[in-house]
Structures are given as C-alpha cells and as structure tokens.
Design a protein around this ligand. Structure first.
Ligand SMILES: [Zn+2]
Length: 303
C-alpha cells in the first residue's frame, strides 16, 4: 500500500463545493495480484467518494477503498482549510466503508440497517473472510443513526439524507434541495446496476421512482464514468436506465432468449439514447446479474 495505492486517484470537481475522489478504470492498475474485492468490482468499474465542502466544514460521502485513500481525502481537504468532518455512509459494502478509520474522531452517520449489517459482520470484515482480502481492521462503526430521513447542515448547504432500498436494502442517498443535486451511492451506476438482492426488485423500482420524483438537476453515482462526473454528473435518465434494466432482467425469467444477449445488445436502447455509456468490464457484472436473477426465480434449474 502507501502512496502506490493512491497514485491513480483523480480529484474531480463536478459542482461548486463538490469534490469527487475517483480511482480505477485505469489500464493495468491492480491493487494486488491475487483475487480481491478492491480490484474486482471497485477499481475495475471505477469508484468515487465525494466531499461537500463549505468554509471549514466537509461532508464525506463514503470513505473509499482503503485507509490510504481516506487519508488522501482528509489531507486534501485539510489543505483547503477544512477542520470539521462529518462522514455519511451510502451503504455497508466494503468498497464504501474501508477508510472510515481515518475519520474515527468524527461523527459517522448511517441508517440503522447499514449499522446493523456492519455490526453483524464485523468479525468477518476485520478478518478479511467476508469478501476475501483485504481485511478492514479495525472496522469503525457508525456513531449516529437515523431512519427514513434526516437533515444536516454543512456550512451553507442543507443536506437531506434519504433511506432507500435499491441495490442494497440499506442505501442512503444525499439530496441537496438548493442545488437539486443527488448523490446516489450505488443506487444507480453507469453502465448498469450491480444486482445482489433480486428478491427486492419490486422495492428497487418503487424507490427509483421516488428518487426520480425529486427531479434532480444532476446525479453523482459512486460508480460511473469519470468524464461525466467531472462535467457535472448525470441526467435523471440514469434512473430511467436503471429501472429499464431491472425490468429487462425480470423479463429474462420468462424469455430465455434474452439471457444470452451481451450487455451491449441487452441495453441497446439506453445506450442509443445516451442515458448510460458502454464500459466493457460491466459485461461480467451483467453475466453475474443474469445468474443471480435466475438463481432466485428458477432455483431448480441449477443455472
Ligand atoms: Zn460499490
């Protein structure tokens, strides 16, 4: 680890007072030469943590994939005069919470489900046995919990924390009503959502509609194209693309011929419309999503 771990981090500024610390989507970049969750799913797809800064205060939306990454975020912002940090976790997945130790002296806000997931699996996460290596040790747990919604103020910004069940059952998104900016965590991704909980697809669609009804001016996902993030984020059609993809996955249950389409063909309409952008490593995610969806719907096929 050390500075080699953060040599590819790009600091983007999608909006005034907003920074994205983006890593991954870089040729030949590997965290380690053995299989590990940092390379597979985080760096391979690209991952951003965000900071909302106002005067000497900052909100950190996810603590990134390692302590080194979190330390870079903290030192970068301290150099800009930030003295007071508040962490908000988008959900419990490891690529979003690994750096929390760097902010152990700060409030760490999460919804109750996120806290419960982390507490329940703390031993395995610290041992590196839940998703394999690297371990996250010690795993710093949230200090401030909420349910449904909570409003906080960071300098001149009002920030609404909104709980949702999309991608994982413990999502927290950030809504800035003054600028209509939505920090979406992993509720939407470019190119496609990563499916871990297909049993909740119906709720995912309901909650995507709830986010859509906010009518965001721009959306900042944690996994997306750095060029789009740097240029201000995504249109709300990223939400439409996500809902369309989930509906198409469900149709695969009844329509076997859909299952063998590659990702480019599967989401041809959304790509054509420019709602999402094709990124080849998502082919593997799509294959896994099909398998996960079918395993739940058709357990007897053994596929
Ligand atoms: Zn993620």
């Amino acid at each position: 680890m050390g500075s080699a771990a953060i040599q590819h981090v790009r600091i983007l500024q999608p909006a005034p007072d907003v920074y994205a610390f983006f890593d991954g989507r870089t040729e030949n970049q590997r965290f380690a030469d053995y299989p590990n969750w940092v390379d597979d799913g985080a760096l391979s797809l690209g991952i951003a943590s965000y900071a909302l800064v106002s005067d000497d205060e900052a909100l950190i939306y996810d603590t990134h994939i390692s302590l080194d990454h979190a330390a870079l975020i903290r030192s970068t912002l301290e150099a800009k005069g930030v003295r007071k940090f508040t962490v908000v976790l988008s959900h419990w997945h490891l690529d979003h919470v690994a750096g929390t130790g760097v902010f152990a002296d700060c409030p760490v806000i999460a919804n109750r489900r996120t806290a419960a997931h982390l507490e329940r699996q703390k031993t395995e996460i610290e041992a590196g046995t839940l998703e394999g290596p690297p371990s996250i040790s010690p795993l710093v747990l949230p200090t401030t919990l909420f349910e449904d919604e909570m409003t906080i103020v960071i300098g001149k910004h009002e920030v609404r924390l909104i709980e949702a069940n999309i991608h994982s059952d413990d999502a927290t998104v950030l809504w800035l009503p003054q600028t209509r900016l939505l920090f979406a965590g992993d509720t939407v991704e470019d190119t496609i959502t990563y499916v871990g909980e297909p049993q909740n697809f119906a709720q995912h669609l309901v909650d995507l509609e709830r986010l859509r009804s906010l009518r965001p001016a721009a959306i900042l996902p944690n996994h997306g194209a750095p060029e789009v993030i740097a240029s201000g984020g995504y249109d709300d059609t990223l939400i439409d693309a996500t809902a369309a993809y989930i509906k198409a996955l469900r149709r695969c249950i009844e329509q076997p011929q859909q299952r063998s389409l590659d990702l480019r063909a599967f989401i041809a309409r959304e790509l054509e419309a420019g709602w999402v952008h094709y990124f080849e490593p998502y082919e593997a995610v799509h294959e896994k999503n099909i398998a996960t969806t079918l395993a739940l719907a058709l357990p007897s096929t053994g596929s």
